[in-house]
Ligand binder design. Structure first.
Ligand SMILES: CC(C)(COP(=O)(O)OP(=O)(O)OC[C@H]1O[C@@H](n2cnc3c(N)ncnc32)[C@H](O)[C@@H]1OP(=O)(O)O)[C@@H](O)C(=O)NCCC(=O)NCCS
Length: 155
């Protein structure tokens, strides 16, 4: 049984998100970028996993027409492998069923095998490569897509 619960992210969560971001990403977003993302509730949906009052993971998705884009996902260092990222994805994909979302996409660094394993489990498949996607490292990104449901199914 998971010991964390998932709720919508709020602006007051930004410091904890920033700490995970800085620890987990070679090219972390800034506080300002995170605040912009969290605050843009029209097209973004940010959620956090909270365990005993502490944020142990977060997920940010963006909606573009009938597509869900995974903008970011991170688990607190030391808490990986417990299913936190999976539960955040499960919750977001469940929510996507209530919207007219049919497909999901994301970019992931070619070297980030751990994240790729996670996404492949959700039915994401590589469809292409964006060359020099990451500004500092110039690493390529794989572009992954998942078909969530048939375009003709109702919301
Ligand atoms: C990728 C990331 C979000 C996964 O979070 P997590 O909470 O550990 O994920 P889960 O526990 O739900 O595990 C999902 C899968 O990830 C992989 N995984 C998780 N921990 C792992 C570990 N320690 N070693 C290898 N693979 C691991 C496994 O495939 C796992 O599947 P399993 O259920 O068969 O073990 C986390 O490692 C992270 O924050 N990484 C840095 C940020 C990042 O790369 N984000 C993605 C950018 S595209």
């Amino acid at each position: 049984m998971s010991e964390w619960s998932i709720r919508r992210c709020e602006r007051r969560d930004v410091s904890e998100l920033l700490a995970i971001e800085v620890a987990q990403f070679p090219e972390p977003w800034t506080k300002g970028m995170l605040l912009d993302e969290i605050s843009n509730t029209e097209t973004r949906r940010y959620t956090v996993a909270v365990e005993r009052g502490r944020i142990v993971g977060y997920l940010g998705v963006m909606f573009v027409l009938d597509e869900l884009h995974v903008n970011t996902i991170g688990t607190l260092p030391g808490e990986e492998g417990r299913g936190i990222a999976s539960s955040l994805l499960d919750e977001a994909l469940e929510d996507a069923k209530t919207r007219a979302i049919t497909r999901a996409t994301l970019e992931v660094a070619t070297s980030n095998e751990r994240a790729q394993q996670l996404y492949y489990r959700y039915g994401f498949k590589p469809v292409g490569v964006r060359k020099n996607y990451y500004e500092r490292s110039h690493e390529d990104a794989l572009v992954l897509w998942a078909q969530l449901r048939d375009e003709n199914e109702g919301a």
